[in-house]
Design a protein around this ligand. Structure first.
Ligand code: ANZ
Ligand code: ZN
Length: 831
């Protein structure tokens, strides 16, 4: 047997064995506790990168560990297979997106198999297959029937490079999440999912997901952005009608000295029609609405506005106040209109200063120190001043009373607002699931009939070089019959956002070939929810919010009985190299194929798990990879060079009768079991778990050396076997190939990955002490109490430094020190 671990052959051997025996195939087993371990499925971009390796290595350790802990573990893998890159590659290289996608899937599947991940490959799915997207088309129809899917014309985020609409969640700092291009506003018609109907519930459940990282929950809470306040009607001064505003600070209304509308507000043209302001206002409104919303409303953006010349009446002060329009008010939030209180809102303050509008103080601070003119807005709560009958009240109390009075008068009501907007799911591109809607000249918008699903995405299309959906050009697709009246009708040519597919794939894995519904109810109720979900934090709001929403919709449609899809969430850190995120554009990528070819999958896995705890960034370094490889070889060599001992039969031995040194070593074995188990259970701290095993391997080498003539032969063999076996069991989830090979070399026929996880013997964990006799030249001079199992060097140092020993050494030189662990130290001197 080779002295070096020949990973190429051995890893291939075990991967083939796992594949042949379908080693990780699972079925529902009500007699066993289930565990659903899921890593975010990849987009088939072509090749896996180190971020994938890390993600899938983490997931695989969890899955293998939980299996050894006795769970029935579902660990599936599939492909997020629709999306733009396929289409762009197709336009560039002339291959069909389907061909490109499935070629990539084949290649990447091979790569994942080379990593040795324990997937149930029988459950593999690709979201671009009609058998998959059929079910989300069905759900779309049910959502449409309930008003949860609707169409509207609106100003949306348009990515000029992707040539498609983006949902708000898909715009990061004004840029496209996919291609980083600057996003521009554009008026288009499109389909929306009414996620806002679920805002309250999505928010409430943020407090009921203790298995999620707090930072992700915070991001979701902020994204949902709940504000409590009031809607107040301001009657128009010189004409009938009124303008409604949303405010969180009704207590400041006596200081509202003007009103600001969003430039896009529908009343703007009416307010200015026929006046001298009309042309200028229209021009200003058009200019502002072309600007990016995030930028124009940023705190540091210059405030720009124009007066409409019209007035409203402040319902509390009865004063006429002017109506302006300005860049910092958005149509989409609240009512698209703001009562401006410049003394108590910084944006209003800056605006008022610029346009010389009055800034009266109506809220005083605790030490009554605010004086006009203010240098900046006072935005805190305080005590009301100059506020008629409410003067003197604290802000919160004033808000309560003013809201009550308002409601009584019928001039407004309490209101809750969310920042969350409905999810725009229309994409003006080809490679996605068709939206199952038909336009009929007599029936209008009609959902496709269920028995005509799926609406299959046609393959024979001519992709447009400049983007845009080619479906519109395809008469055989567009022209259809009306599902209701049978007359001529046209199909919707938009496709669905690919985030729709990823909102339920975890459900489909429960029964991936089920052909009478989205998921087989029994399978869903057995496997769901996902016990551990693992993926990148970049999806904190995006995918994770959509999946939560979609799960709730499916619950309300009666498809599943589940409130939340993911019980525990682990967001892994990034892979960093030379101080930057590993990425093609930075030119600092390490190719997983290369790494596996050079070191093997076990090393690649071990390194990525050892170099950092999963939630932290992982700093790539080549020495670390070398180190992981050396460690594996060290374990390999130990087994090779001690095979006769390891293969010999166990002596009949009672733990109680072990020698002191043997007892100490056994303590160390069980200490390690405990540490590794605790580290895995405590938020998957694999790095410290692995270093505990490394220590045990060192201790095993030391014990093998030092016990030779001091520990009885049978006991020695018993402990070496115990340690080696324990090391293989503990390392099995991390380095599955090598450990499986060694396990079989040691004569086991049951696979290692199905062995029960070792349990620490509590009796072995009790720290024992050694009472050591210290002799100088054969005479007892002192006694030492030390922790059992400490090393010889440590014992020597303690003995030489001992108070009672020192005088006997003062005039002499130490010749040598003999240590018998657990018993005795003998210091031999000469003059
Ligand atoms: C008067 C006021 C006085 C306000 C004051 C604040 C402070 P949040 O907390 O984010 O919900 N607002 C309302 N609609 C807006 C829109 N479409 N575009 C821009 N701003 C808008 O913010 C609510 C506050 O944001 C509202 O309360 C309103 O200004 C402004 F001392 O009303 B406030
Ligand atoms: Zn019709």
């Amino acid at each position: 047997m080779s002295d070096r671990y020949l990973f190429t052959e051995i890893e291939a051997k075990w991967q083939a064995a796992w594949e042949q025996t379908r080693a990780f195939k699972v079925t529902e087993d009500p007699g066993k506790p289930k565990y659903y371990c899921l890593e975010m499925f990849p987009y088939p971009s072509g090749r896996i990168h180190m971020g994938h390796v890390r993600n899938y290595a983490i997931g695989d350790v969890v899955a293998r560990y939980k299996t050894m802990r006795g769970y029935n573990v579902l660990h599936p893998m599939g492909w997020d297979a629709f999306g733009l890159p396929a289409e762009n590659a197709a336009i560039e290289h002339g291959v069909h997106p389907a061909v490109w996608t499935f070629e990539n899937i084949d290649y990447m599947r091979g790569q994942l198999k080379k990593l040795g991940c324990s997937y149930d490959w029988d459950r593999e799915l690709a979201t671009c297959e009609p058998e998959y997207y059929k079910w989300e088309q069905l759900i779309f129809i049910k959502m449409f029937e309930r008003g949860l899917a609707y169409k509207k014309r609106s100003s949306v985020n348009w990515c000029p490079s992707c040539q498609t609409v983006l949902a708000n969640e898909q715009v990061e700092a004004g840029r496209c999440w996919r291609c980083d291009s600057e996003v521009i506003p554009k008026e288009v018609e499109g389909w929306f999912f009414k996620i806002t109907d679920y805002a309250e519930e999505l928010l409430a459940w943020c407090d009921r997901l203790p298995g999620w990282p707090e930072k992700v929950l915070t991001m979701q809470r902020n994204w949902i952005g709940r504000s409590e306040g009031a809607e107040v009607d301001f009657p128009l001064a010189d004409q009938p009608g009124s303008l409604r505003v949303f405010t969180t600070r009704l207590d400041t209304i006596y200081g509202a000295t003007f009103m600001v509308l969003a430039p896009e507000h529908p009343l703007v043209p009416e307010l200015t029609r026929g006046t001298k302001h009309a042309a200028e206002v229209t021009q200003f409104a058009e200019r502002i609405s072309r600007q990016d919303k995030i930028r124009r409303t940023a705190a540091d953006a210059t405030k720009e506005g124009i007066s409409t010349g019209a007035y409203v009446v402040n319902p509390f002060t009865r004063e006429r106040i002017p109506i302006w329009i300005a860049n910092f008010v958005l149509l989409e939030y609240g009512t698209g209109a703001v009562m401006s209180v410049p003394a108590h809102d910084q944006r209003d303050f800056e605006f008022a200063r610029q346009y010389r509008l009055p800034i009266p103080i109506v809220v005083q601070n605790a030490d009554r120190g605010l004086r006009e003119p203010l240098a900046a807005a006072y935005e805190e709560d305080g005590w009301l001043v100059n506020s008629g009958p409410y003067t003197g009240l604290p802000s919160a109390e004033a808000r309560r009373r003013m809201t009550e009075d308002l409601e009584q008068r019928g001039g407004g009501k309490r209101a809750v607002n969310y920042r969350l907007r409905d999810w725009g799911i229309s994409r003006q591109r080809y490679w996605g699931a068709p939206i199952p809607i038909v336009y009929c000249s007599s029936c209008g918008i009609v959902p496709e009939r269920e028995d005509r699903l799926p609406v299959v995405l046609p393959k024979d299309v001519q992709l447009r070089v400049k983007g845009g959906s080619p479906l519109a050009d395809l008469a055989t697709f567009v022209n259809t019959s009306c599902p209701r009246c049978g007359g001529q009708a046209k199909r919707e040519t938009d496709t669905m956002d690919t985030f729709v597919e990823s909102s339920w794939y975890f459900l489909r894995y429960c029964s991936p070939r089920y052909s009478t519904g989205m998921v087989e109810p029994r399978a869903a109720s057995y496997w769901m929810a996902v016990d551990q979900y693992i993926g990148g934090v970049e999806h904190a709001v995006l995918h994770l919010l959509y999946a939560r929403f979609y799960t709730k919709v499916l619950r309300d449609l009666g498809v599943i009985a589940l409130d939340e899809p993911f019980v525990n969430l682990l967001t892994q850190g990034m892979v960093i190299k030379d101080g930057a995120k590993m990425s093609k554009s930075k030119g600092n990528v390490v190719d997983p194929d290369e790494l596996i070819r050079k070191y093997g999958a076990d090393t690649a896995r071990l390194f990525s798990l050892f170099a950092a705890p999963p939630e932290k960034d992982l700093d790539w370094n080549d020495q670390g990879v070398e180190g992981a490889s050396r460690f594996l070889n060290r374990v390999w060599r130990f087994v090779q060079s001690n095979r006769s001992e390891l293969l010999a039969s166990d002596p009949a031995l009672r733990v109680k009768e072990l020698s002191p040194e043997g007892k100490a070593f056994r303590g160390q074995i069980h200490q390690t079991i405990k540490r590794v188990t605790d580290d895995i259970e405590d938020e998957f701290h694999f790095n410290t778990a692995i270093s505990a095993v490394m220590e045990l391997v060192n201790a095993l080498y030391a014990f093998e050396q030092s016990s030779m003539d001091r520990v009885p032969q049978g006991e020695r063999r018993f402990l070496i076997k115990d340690a080696a076996k324990t090391i293989l069991l503990l390392m099995a989830p991390f380095a599955p190939h090598m450990t499986e090979e060694l396990w079989s070399q040691l004569g086991h026929t049951d696979p290692l990955h199905r062995q029960p996880w070792p349990a620490a013997d509590p009796a072995a964990l009790v720290k024992e002490e050694w009472l050591l006799v210290v002799q100088v030249d054969g005479r007892v001079r002192s006694r030492l109490t030390v922790e059992a199992g400490i090393g010889e060097e440590e014992i020597k140092a303690l003995a030489l430094a001992d108070q009672k020993v020192q005088p006997w050494l003062s005039a002499r030189q130490v010749d040598r020190v003999v240590v018998v662990p657990g018993r005795l130290v003998n210091i031999v001197t000469r003059s």
